[in-house]
Write a protein that binds this ligand. Structure first.
Ligand code: DGT
Ligand code: CA
Ligand code: CA
Length: 571
């Protein structure tokens, strides 16, 4: 897939044009194209072959030609032309958070800065102070930006950021007595990776909130601290920003700082057309403030329904809201079981009984024990005779349980040729069969696609685990025709997994949405190997919500009775 390459290239193009001070419309057309291509689930090459590039909204004739040129030649001549006279080193600086193309253009003109080392030197020797917009804070920001970029581009996994934010918010609420403290930004949108954590608060004593924040036990360094805002660094190098606002502006500020930037820009455009102004202080018609205290009012005065934060990526949610057609997103409280948990029979840490107890405490009706199969020796995968023993143990445990059932499952390996690691006769004894790839990631696309399709054709399997095989920040997805997989899943009534383990989140949000559009069920499993990973179902639900899924799209909103019935139908 060349989708990402192309998306990055168009983004670069926009940056360079902006650096050169070119026409803003041209710049935003490239940014838009970049975003649209980045969000596509279908291979752009396929779309191009079918001559359907122009049917993609946001891609015009000129853009389509450039895409075709790139696919044919690996280059875009317009890009080569535009970047003439702009060195690679300059282009690299634009990736630093806090240094946009405009700032860089100014630094380049005024101080002849043309490389990262020149920039670092100028930041240190104070020669930038007093330049337009370059105060102490801005300089600190840029230094921090460089640091962030150097630390593997500085983004943090959602599953690591989420517990940190939760702890901070709980402590602040407790210490200040204010209930109106919550996280905003990409974390509230539950993006799979987080640049920094943004916390918003209000209360009668604003300074007390700031004080409590800068004195949190988690603080490693206080970057800045003022009357109404502060920034800290916590364990692991994550930055946390706090803003304290007036109660009367809390809703507007929450809306503003939740973003995304694209969503907010779109929203402001709609407001402007109605003669309304929105900012972090409120919504204004002329001098009159018409909303600000409650977030839902910001949307209401624009004639829109409140939009769940997970949808705010400018992927059609604004139009849907205007038409009153937003999805009723699945909620964690609707999840009735975990569909993928490992016990110490393979590489998990807990007994099946312990897992069942935690699952019951979480209010579930079932949990599927899906230990590895024998192929996966390093994970102590089960062979047939051990699986038979495990089945007996689960039967014994189930006899004691009321209103709850342990589902007998497996995470069976899909071998290199697409055969499964257990014979069908064995799989037929199970309640829930998860099939997964754990080897041969480097197979070519055709082979990998056939391999997985063959597995999906087997009537014994129910769900395909972590369909793309990616590991966040560590391993790219394997090469596979994901659309073809989805069509096969659809054809045979198989579900696809959202693996909620924090390093996977696979399916991702975009493919979830695609699955829904195709009418494929999605099942959420934590892949927990430890009891205290079972909370990660929240991450899986977040992915589902970002993928616009409703309860009916998610397999494990079914009751125990219903899921057992579904299981028979899917065979
Ligand atoms: P991150 O931290 O990179 O994961 O992403 P965000 O979305 O949390 O971004 P962040 O922390 O820079 O800012 C938080 C929110 O504040 C962002 O989602 C939208 C809002 N915001 C920040 N800067 C701007 C801006 O220049 N324009 C607009 N419209 N909104 C902004
Ligand atoms: Ca943020
Ligand atoms: Ca921030």
């Amino acid at each position: 897939m060349k989708n990402k390459e192309l998306a990055d290239l168009f983004e670069k193009m926009a940056d360079i044009l902006e650096f050169k001070g070119e026409n803003p419309f041209k710049i935003s057309a490239y940014r838009k194209a970049s975003r649209v291509i980045g969000d596509l689930t279908q291979d752009i090459e396929e779309i191009a072959e079918q001559g359907e590039l122009k049917n993609i909204s946001g891609i015009g004739e000129g853009m389509a030609q450039k895409i075709v040129e790139y696919l044919k030649t690996g280059k875009i001549s317009k890009f080569e032309e535009v970047r003439k006279g702009v060195s690679d080193e300059l282009i690299a600086i634009m990736d630093i958070p806090g240094v946009g193309p405009k700032t860089l253009s100014m630094l380049h003109k005024e101080k002849g800065i043309g490389s990262l080392s020149q920039l670092e030197k100028a930041l240190e020797d104070g020669s930038l102070m007093g330049l337009f917009g370059m105060g102490e804070k801005k300089i600190e920001n840029i230094k921090r930006g460089i640091q962030l970029l150097k630390q593997s581009k500085g983004r943090m996994n959602l599953g690591l950021a989420f517990p940190v934010a939760k702890q901070i918010v709980e402590t602040l609420r407790h210490k200040t007595g204010s209930k109106k403290i919550e996280w905003a930004g990409s974390l509230r949108r539950m993006k799979e990776n987080i640049g920094d954590i943004d916390i918003l608060a209000t209360g009668p004593d604003q300074e007390k909130i700031v004080q409590a924040f800068t004195h949190l036990p988690e603080v490693k360094e206080v970057l800045a601290s003022g009357e109404t805002k502060a920034s800290i660094i916590v364990e692991g190098g994550t930055q946390v920003d706090l803003r304290v606002v007036e109660e009367d502006s809390y809703g507007a500020a929450l809306q503003y700082f939740t973003g995304s930037k694209g969503h907010n820009i779109h929203l402001r455009g709609i407001a402007k057309a109605k003669g309304i102004k929105i900012n972090e202080y409120g919504v204004f018609k002329g001098k009159k403030k018409i909303a600000g205290k409650e977030e839902k009012d910001v949307y209401r005065v624009l004639g829109m329904d409140w939009i769940d934060p997970e949808l705010r990526e400018d992927r059609g949610e604004i139009e849907a809201s205007q038409k009153g057609r937003l999805p009723k997103l699945v909620q964690e409280s609707e999840i009735k079981g975990d569909l993928h948990v490992h016990s110490k029979w393979s590489d998990g840490a807990s007994s099946i009984e312990e897992i069942a107890r935690v699952a019951q405490d979480r209010g579930y009706q079932y949990v599927a024990i899906c230990d590895h199969s024998k192929f996966l020796k390093i994970a102590h995968g089960l062979d047939e005779s051990r699986l038979v023993k495990q089945i007996e143990e689960i039967d014994r445990l189930n006899e004691k349980l009321k209103g709850f059932q342990i589902l007998k499952g497996t995470e069976v390996d899909i071998l290199a040729d697409g055969k499964l690691d257990f014979p069908d006769k064995m799989l037929e004894k199970l309640d829930f069969v998860v099939a997964a790839i754990h080897s041969g990631f480097k197979q070519d696309k055709g082979k990998m696609t056939k391999r997985i399709i063959r597995a999906l054709e087997n009537p014994c399997i129910h769900i395909l685990a972590h369909p793309s095989g990616r590991l966040l920040g560590a391993r790219d997805p394997y090469e596979v025709e994901i659309e073809e997989l989805m069509e096969t899943a659809k054809k045979y009534g198989k579900a696809l997994e959202i693996n909620a383990y924090f390093e996977r989140l696979d399916l991702d949000d975009i493919h979830c949405r695609k699955a829904k559009e195709m009418g494929i069920q999605v099942g959420i499993g934590t892949d927990a190997h430890h009891l205290d990973q079972m909370w990660m179902i929240s991450l899986g639900v977040a992915v589902a919500r970002r993928g616009w899924l409703e309860a009916k799209d998610v397999l494990n909103t079914l009751s125990l009775k219903e899921i057992l019935k579904w299981r028979h139908q899917s065979r």
